[in-house]
Design a protein around this ligand. Structure first.
Ligand code: SF4
Length: 346
């Protein structure tokens, strides 16, 4: 194989062994992870095991496991089993951990048991760069997205399962009502007290619905009439329509009926703001939408690995932390990011 670049002979003995640090470039992002994590106060951030116990087998410092996770999420390796393998063969991780090779159970348990600490680290990172005035208050963009999750088969509901469960609930309610009826017959005094309380409650609710009215274009009071559908639509009508001069312009019916969703004022306020800044939607799209695209890409367009909502929150915090780190590195570059961390002190 002439005229190709040749690798080193595997059996070549090196008299002066290379230092592990030589394998990691001066501007490698793992150095930023190291600088960031080394300065964290793990006890105040709420990590388990921040203070070593006086007896038993020594444990891994939470900082080492946090470094593994930040590195993993930054490099799209989120699974604890894959991280275990990477710790054994990946030179960057060897450098980061000091050649520790925790098993997958230790790695997984750390993520499961330190949700609060991980979320606090994510917050701390944002605060650090807020202190450095990297955020302006000129624009705040909000977006949301749906991510797949996993749960146990018992908690996984199909349409048929929901119907069956609903039937069970209805039967339970009927049983409960029957039991109540029996109790009412045997305890008439209690029944009277309950009925009085219920009547008071109904009257109070009726009074509340009377504070609810709408002013129509002619300035007439349109009185609340009913509330419908799951969207809580409020319906109004005015008794002054038949004599109103504006009626031909207002409604072809005998009486104008007005429907408003309970949160309609919020939508109107948003619309007013949008009318003042017509390019706001474009700015929102280019500011925040690609972030969720990146998360999905990093997650391999699949589901979260952990079950239960708090654990999913922890996973998302790790994604956010890794994303923020990558973003800051891209904006500031390695040198300035490192300087910034040293200057402020995490
Ligand atoms: S027609 Fe009825 S709802 Fe319309 S402006 Fe006149 S009073 Fe108001």
């Amino acid at each position: 194989m002439k005229r190709f670049i040749e690798g080193e002979d595997r059996k070549q003995v090196t008299l002066l062994p290379e230092c592990l640090d030589d394998f990691v470039a001066e501007d490698n992002p793992v150095r930023i992870i190291e600088a960031f994590v080394e300065e964290l106060d793990f006890a105040s951030l709420g990590f388990d095991g921040a203070m070593p116990s006086t007896s038993g087998r020594p444990s891994y410092h939470p900082g080492v496991l946090l470094k593994i996770y930040i590195y993993g999420y930054l490099n799209r390796v989120q699974s604890s089993r894959r991280l275990e393998r990477e710790c054994q063969r990946n030179v960057e991780l060897m450098w980061l951990t000091g050649r520790w090779t925790p098993d997958f159970k230790t790695i997984a348990d750390f993520r499961r048991d330190n949700g609060t600490g991980i979320r606090n680290v994510c917050r701390r990172f944002v605060m650090l760069f807020r202190d450095l005035k990297l955020f302006s208050q000129a624009l705040v963009a909000i977006d949301g997205s749906k991510f797949k999750a996993v749960n146990t088969r018992d908690r996984n509901f199909t349409e048929g399962k929901v119907d069956k469960r609903q039937k069970q609930i209805e039967e339970s309610i009927q049983r409960y009502l029957n039991a109540l009826e029996t109790a009412d017959r045997t305890q008439p005094a209690d029944l009277e007290a309950k009925t009085t309380r219920l009547k008071d409650k109904i009257e109070r609710l009726r009074e509340q619905t009377r504070d609810d009215e709408y002013q129509c274009p002619a300035g007439e009071r349109a009185i609340y009439t009913s509330e419908e559908h799951g969207l809580q639509l409020h319906r109004y009508r005015s008794s002054a329509c038949s004599q109103c001069a504006m009626k031909p312009k207002c409604t072809p019916s005998n009486q104008r009926r007005i429907s408003r969703w309970e949160h309609e004022p919020v939508l109107e306020a948003v619309q007013r703001r949008l009318d003042k800044t017509p390019d706001a939607m474009t700015a929102r799209r280019r500011t925040v939408e690609h972030v969720f695209g990146t998360f999905r890409h990093w997650m391999g367009y699949t589901h979260f690995l952990m079950r239960r909502l708090p654990n999913v929150g922890t996973e998302m915090s790790l994604n956010v932390l890794a994303y923020n780190l990558a973003r800051v590195l891209r904006i500031l570059g390695f040198k300035k990011t490192m300087e910034a961390m040293r200057q402020v002190g995490v």
